[in-house]
Design a protein. Structure first.
Length: 367
C-alpha cells in the first residue's frame, strides 16, 4: 500500500493558524467564564436570578447585528446559547423538565433553548412536567403548545388554567418524523408506536405504506422508540436523535405529511422562583380570558387592542369544563406590559372580561 501523501505546506500553515485561533478562543471563553462567575456572586448578594431570558436575547441580537461574516447569522444563536449555558452552569445548575425519555422533540427544544449544560429532568407526561416545575423539582419546564399541522396541544393549554406557572420564553422546532425500527425494513411490522399527534401528522404516509398496521398511541415518540428497541415487530415514529439514543434504523426518513411541520414550545416556571422577564424589544404577551355570554361580548373584548394599536398574533378558543358550553380564549399580543400602549390595552381588555389571567410575557423566538 502506498504511503499517504503528506499535506501541502500551505494546508499545514492554515491548520497551524486555526490551532492558534482555537487556543485564543479557549482563553477568551475562560475569561468570559470568570466574568460570569463574578456576575453570579453579585447576583447571589442581591438575591437576583441567574437566568434572564431577555438579557440573553439582547446579547444574541447584538452579536447578530455586529456579525461581519463569513459566519452565517443563523449560526450565532446556537453557538452563543451553548457558551452562555456553560457559563450559567458555573453560577448555579439549571434543572429543566420536559416530556421524556431521551430523544424526544421536547428534549431537543430544551437543549436548543437552554444549551446542553443543564440538569435534565425527563417526565412521563405533560402533566408531570407541570407538577415537577410547580413543586420545585425543576426550575423550568418545556411544554409543547402548538403544531403547524395539528393545531394547539390541548393538554398544555388546559394546565395553564389550573397551575400557577407562567411563560418566560418560547422556542420552536422543525419537526422531522422518521420511521424507526430494530430491523432495517418494513416487513413484519405489527404496530407503529408514537405520540397521538405524531401519528396524526404522519397519517398520509402510514395510510399509503402501512395501511393494515396498528397505530398504537404512547406517551411520547421517544417512548415509542424505546418500545421498538425492545420488540422487533414494532416500529416507532421519532427523531433521528431518538434513533441514536435507542440504536434503531431509520427505515423511512421525513414521513410527516407537511414538509414544513413545526412545533412551538413554551418555557414555564414558578412566579415565586423567577420574576417575569423585562422588555427585550421583541416581546410577546400571552393571556387567557373568558367573557359573559352576551351578543358582541368577544368583539367588545378585542376592541381595546385596536384602539391602542396593539397587534394580536394568536387567538384560540377552548371549551370550559363546566359543561355549559362556555369558552376560554387564549390570546397572544405583540409587545410587553411595560410599554404604555400594551399596558393600557390590557387594562381595558381586562375590564371587559369575566376571567382574565396573564400567562406570561417573554422575548419572541426570533433566533
Amino acid at each position: 500500500m502506498a504511503a499517504p501523501t503528506p499535506p501541502a505546506p500551505d494546508l499545514l500553515a492554515l491548520r497551524t493558524q486555526i490551532d492558534a485561533v482555537d487556543r485564543d478562543l479557549l482563553a477568551l471563553l475562560n475569561r468570559r467564564a470568570l466574568l460570569a462567575q463574578a456576575v453570579g456572586e453579585i447576583k447571589k448578594r442581591e438575591g437576583s436570578v441567574v437566568f434572564r431570558p431577555e438579557r440573553e436575547a439582547q446579547v444574541i441580537d447584538g452579536l447578530k447585528a455586529a456579525n461581519p461574516g463569513p459566519l452565517k447569522t443563523e449560526s450565532i444563536a446556537p453557538i452563543w446559547r451553548e457558551i452562555m449555558s456553560a457559563c450559567r452552569a458555573l453560577e448555579t445548575p439549571t434543572r429543566v423538565a420536559y416530556l421524556g425519555p431521551a430523544g424526544t422533540f421536547s428534549e431537543q427544544a430544551a437543549l436548543g433553548y437552554f444549551g446542553s449544560s443543564i440538569e435534565r429532568v425527563p417526565c412521563e407526561s405533560i402533566d408531570e412536567v407541570f407538577r415537577a416545575t410547580t413543586a420545585g423539582a425543576a426550575d423550568f419546564g418545556v411544554v409543547p403548545v402548538e403544531n403547524s399541522t395539528e393545531g394547539v396541544v390541548a393538554r398544555s393549554l388546559d394546565l395553564f388554567l389550573t397551575t400557577p406557572l407562567f411563560i418566560i420564553g418560547e422556542t420552536s422546532l422543525n419537526v422531522r418524523h422518521n420511521l424507526l425500527r430494530r430491523e432495517d425494513g418494513l416487513a413484519g411490522v405489527a404496530a407503529v408506536c408514537a405520540h397521538p399527534q405524531a401519528l396524526a401528522q404522519c397519517h398520509g404516509w402510514l395510510a399509503n405504506h402501512l395501511p393494515a398496521v396498528e397505530r398504537r398511541p404512547v406517551s411520547s415518540n421517544a417512548e415509542g422508540a424505546r418500545l421498538a428497541a425492545l420488540d422487533g415487530s414494532l416500529a416507532a415514529i421519532a427523531s433521528e436523535r431518538a434513533a441514536g439514543e435507542w440504536s434503531l434504523h431509520v427505515v423511512a426518513p421525513a414521513i410527516q405529511d407537511d414538509a414544513h411541520n413545526r412545533t412551538r414550545f413554551a418555557i414555564v416556571t414558578h412566579p415565586d422562583r423567577h420574576p417575569a422577564p423585562r422588555a427585550s424589544g421583541h416581546d410577546c404577551t400571552s393571556l387567557v380570558v373568558s367573557v359573559t355570554n352576551r351578543p358582541g361580548a368577544v368583539h367588545d373584548m378585542l376592541v381595546p387592542l385596536k384602539a391602542h394599536g396593539v397587534s394580536m398574533t394568536r387567538f384560540e378558543s377552548r371549551p370550559a369544563r363546566s359543561g355549559q358550553w362556555e369558552y376560554y380564549f387564549y390570546i397572544d399580543v405583540q409587545g410587553h406590559p411595560d410599554e404604555p400602549q400594551v399596558d393600557a390595552a390590557l387594562k381595558a381588555l381586562r375590564a371587559e372580561c369575566a376571567y382574565f389571567k396573564l400567562l406570561g410575557t417573554y422575548p419572541l423566538d426570533v433566533h
